[in-house]
Design a protein around this ligand. Structure first.
Ligand code: DOR
Ligand code: ZN
Length: 445
């Protein structure tokens, strides 16, 4: 198995592979040759090259691999967890994702540097793709030390799975100002529990939408704005076009998930469709989709939450919120491209380019200097999703029967790790931190 080589002053990179075919370059699909060096970087794009093995993708197309900046892989986790870093990153690879941002809603929250180092030590030798680790700043004994290890921060403004405590509203401005000084990405779960309706006894997604209404999301976003100017802020899972427009006007990054773009409170009645924030009305969903399809949503992210099938078979009010999605995010959206509902360029900007840039990674574009993390897609090959045929150990999907275009092959640093839909690589994923991060403690140090 070839291995990515570190470049050095005495060893200039050498050409290792030429990938030929129609590739998404400078905003459109065009026939090119992509020269990849033995450090795993793209050396050139365009002209005919010689001097290394050449692989032609034929009728398929070459796209940048995706970054999913919002997953919950449950490690370290409790005894009932079905997912871990190994299985979660494998699902990511099969879904065309080569970098995941893992969120810290563990039973023991990741609030200090040593606990985060311990989590980082679980990645080498087990992760199929790269992992960026968010830390929870709330209650951190030493935020500065934590920032030297973390890849970013996640702030939960409302209780959700694994998150009982939220910041006191009066302390939020000070917390945001401190985080701005640390210069790391800060993702926020923005729902304001002051607008929840606890009196409602939720029996289905319509009730759940009433319990945690869009007004809670709007109120939380209003508490965040105006954000400190230097804060690298990103609002997770926006469900409403009006909230999205507010964030756009403020120049703040945000994401929408496939579930809030494609499913509504009427898509199903059981707890598989229970998620925080809730699925909304079909009118809300359609407005969000239209904004997304116009390129008005900067980032697509899955909020992958791998609850077991048995947990989701509980009565609605007792079942946990969240659904798996890292393996299906890109395939579902590629199917929308195939159906003519979404431009390929719009999808790739939201799924590949912008999330990688927000996390400070040289990924997400087919361009010289970028890592050769590439996904090979054959749009002729599509099939309905089924929980049984997914890799995810959770074993279910809320998108049962939805059309999907699953990646054929996946390259990480110029090395093929998925071939014909099967993982063929080794677990060489690494912990990454933003390239703009000022101070770096090596993971595991
Ligand atoms: O529905 C959700 N599930 N929303 C979250 O914020 C967390 C997630 C989970 O980890 O289960
Ligand atoms: Zn989440």
């Amino acid at each position: 198995m070839p291995r990515r080589r570190s470049p050095g002053p005495d060893r200039p990179p050498e050409l290792a592979l030429i990938l030929a075919g129609r590739a998404f370059v400078r905003g459109r699909l065009q026939p090119v040759e992509i020269a990849i060096d033995d450090t795993g970087r793209i050396e050139s794009v365009g002209k005919v090259r010689h001097g290394a093995p050449r692989r032609d993708v034929g009728e398929a197309v070459i796209l940048p691999a995706a970054t999913d900046l919002h997953v919950h892989f449950r490690e370290p986790g409790g005894p009932d967890e079905v997912e871990n870093l190994a299985t979660g990153t494998l699902g990511a690879a099969l879904g065309g994702v080569t970098l995941v941002g893992d969120m810290p809603n563990h039973p023991e929250p990741i609030t200090d540097a040593e606990r985060l180092r311990e989590k980082a030590r679980r990645v080498p030798g087990r992760a199929a793709v790269d992992v960026l680790l968010y830390a929870n700043p709330l209650g951190s004994p030493d935020l500065e030390s934590l920032a030297r290890v973390a890849g970013g921060f996640k702030v939960f403004l409302s209780p959700t799975t694994g998150v009982p405590d939220v910041p006191d509203p009066s302390e939020l401005p000070q917390l945001l100002a401190r985080l701005a000084a640390l210069d790391l990405p800060v993702a926020v779960h923005a729902e304001d529990p002051g607008h929840f309706a606890p009196a409602v006894d939720p029996r289905d997604p319509v009730d759940w939408n009433r319990c945690r209404p869009p007004a809670a999301e709007l109120a939380a976003v209003e508490r965040l704005l105006p954000a400190p100017p230097r804060l690298r802020l990103h609002v997770a899972h926006v469900t409403e076009a009006g909230v999205a427009e507010k964030l756009r006007a403020a120049g703040v990054s945000f994401e929408a998930t496939p579930q809030h773009l494609l499913l509504s409170e009427r898509s199903g009645t059981d707890a598989r469709f229970k998620v925080n924030p809730p699925l909304r009305s079909d009118a809300d969903r359609r407005a969000l989709w239209e904004l997304f399809a116009r390129g008005g949503v900067p980032v697509l992210a899955s909020d992958h939450a791998p609850h077991s099938r048995s947990a989701k078979e509980l009565p609605f009010d007792r079942a946990p919120s969240g659904m798996p999605g890292v393996e299906t995010m890109l395939p579902l959206m590629l199917a929308r491209v195939r159906a003519g509902d979404l431009d390929l360029a719009t999808l790739l900007a939201a799924a590949c380019d912008r999330p990688a840039r927000w996390l400070g990674q040289p990924l997400g574009r087919i361009a010289p200097g970028h890592r050769a993390n590439l996904v090979i897609v054959d749009f002729r090959s599509h099939a309905p999703l089924s929980g049984r045929t997914l890799h995810a150990p959770a074993g279910w999907t809320a998108f049962e029967g939805w059309d999907a275009v699953r990646p054929r092959d996946l390259y990480r640093d110029g090395i093929r790790i998925v071939e014909d839909g099967e993982f063929v690589g080794a677990p060489r994923g690494e912990v990454v931190r933003p390239e703009f991060a000022r101070s770096v403690d090596p993971p595991g140090a």
